[in-house]
Design a protein around this ligand. Structure first.
Ligand code: GTP
Ligand code: MG
Length: 397
């Protein structure tokens, strides 16, 4: 009899865990030659999932529980490591613990290992597979698959973001974990693990699975963040393959708040321009008055997006009106910086034109664009440090 250790990563899955473990063991009879053990890896769930897993382990010796640090990647990597050191498995398997992926994928995964594959991948997109999630989530998983297949490869893998997998200990030991961003708190570990496993020489096969909507608990999957991570990770891998060694994924993750802030800035510029023109053409206002109103509307637009999107996780001591007041003051500071820069450049270089082939650019256009980076740095730094100053003691309440 060979032993398969099935890893179930959990964060607040108390309500579904016991039922799902039963479903897992019920599949043992469908995987001839295999005996199952379950390892629950919990990241200190506030709902007491870990305690429940320990209690289940006392009643059934085939159930183990391990407490790990935060993040799905940490749960998976440390869980498999623990399994290899203490449980001596012939196969390492993993499944979501919320019951969304039907446990009947396990016999199919293990069968692929019996056939000599070293990595079996559960997939919604092969024949027999089903994706019953919301429209947005379906678009995401297909998009992630497409981006990864084009930029990272190999092109014959259909599903890159599903957790249901089984692999041999030998393959696991060959994986280069230094390149794998498993400590980051994101689900990128799924496609990244796949990429590293393939680089480590995995012989892979996809088997169908059905992915249902959640019945219990809540999603820890943030679609925007995951999309961002999939794109930047795939670009990072592609650049490395072309010999450009830039830690793009790491940089863009650290700079995520800044990038959101910059995107909001772009929407603000568009809003400013649209209202400026509308007020002149339809409201009959003179340009200067229009500019005053359109700029304030853009400031409010940016404030709303920054408050409810860019900095939405920040707990501040100030209320929304105080933040809006501060944001206006900071924007005024940005305006002063921009005016000073234009004045300085104009005094230094005066008026004139640049020629790029047939394109003629006025110096004053370049002065305008020269203000953007310093003003954005000013706005971001002050708003980050003052307007949306994060209060740790409030966050823990
Ligand atoms: N150990 C550990 N497990 C986690 C963590 N975050 C998520 N998980 C588990 O990883 C699995 C996948 O997370 P889900 O929130 O179900 O993500 P999803 O299936 O993409 O999203 P839904 O369709 O909304 O369920 C679940 O079993 C979670 O409990 C974490 O930080 N640590
Ligand atoms: Mg889930």
């Amino acid at each position: 009899m060979k032993k398969a250790v099935i890893l179930l990563p959990t964060f607040n899955e108390k309500n579904s865990l016991e039922k799902f473990i039963k479903e897992v063991f019920a599949e043992e009879k469908n995987a001839p030659g295999w005996k199952f053990e379950v390892l629950v890896v919990d990241s200190n769930s506030p709902d007491g999932t870990f305690k429940l897993a320990q209690e289940l382990g006392k009643k059934d010796q085939r159930i183990h529980a391990l407490s790990v640090g935060k993040g799905l990647g940490v749960g998976l990597v440390e869980g498999h490591k623990f399994s290899l050191e203490h449980l001596k498995p012939d196969a390492l398997a993993q499944l979501d613990a919320d019951g969304q992926v039907e446990a009947n994928v396990l016999p199919r995964l293990l069968k692929a290992l019996n056939e000599g594959y070293t990595l079996a991948l559960g997939s919604r997109f092969v024949k027999g597979g089903k994706n019953q999630l919301s429209f947005l989530r379906r678009i995401f998983s297909l998009g992630a698959s497409l981006v990864t297949r084009v930029l990272v490869g190999p092109s014959d893998i259909q599903e890159v973001t599903n957790s249901a997998r089984a692999f041999t200990p030998d393959l696991y030991n060959k994986i280069n974990f230094d390149r794998l961003p498993w400590k980051e708190q994101t689900f990128i570990v799924q496609p990244a693990f796949l990429n590293e496993a393939i680089l480590a020489g995995a012989k892979y096969k996809e088997v169908p699975l059905v992915f249902k909507n959640r019945e219990e608990g809540y999603s820890k999957n943030k679609v925007f963040n995951y999309t961002y991570d999939v794109i930047t990770y795939a670009l990072d891998v592609r650049l490395h393959k072309w010999g450009v060694n830039l830690p793009l994924f790491k940089i863009t993750r650290r700079a995520k708040t800044f990038i959101k802030f910059a995107l909001v800035g772009v929407t603000g510029t568009v809003v400013d321009f649209i209202f400026y023109k509308l007020l002149i053409n339809m409201g009959g206002f003179p340009p200067a008055t229009s500019k005053a109103f359109s700029t304030e509307i853009a400031i409010i637009n940016n404030f709303v997006f920054n408050n409810f999107w860019t900095f939405r996780y920040r707990k501040t001591k100030t209320n929304i009106w105080q933040k809006l007041g501060l944001y206006n003051l900071v924007s005024l500071g940005g305006l002063a910086i921009a005016v000073l820069i234009v004045k300085f450049l104009h005094e230094l270089f005066g008026d004139g034109f640049f020629y790029f082939g047939p394109i003629r650019l006025a110096y004053n256009t370049l002065y305008f664009f020269a203000t953007i980076p310093p003003v954005m740095m000013w706005n971001f730094t002050v708003n980050h440090l003052v307007t949306w100053k994060h209060q740790k003691e409030l966050a823990s309440v």
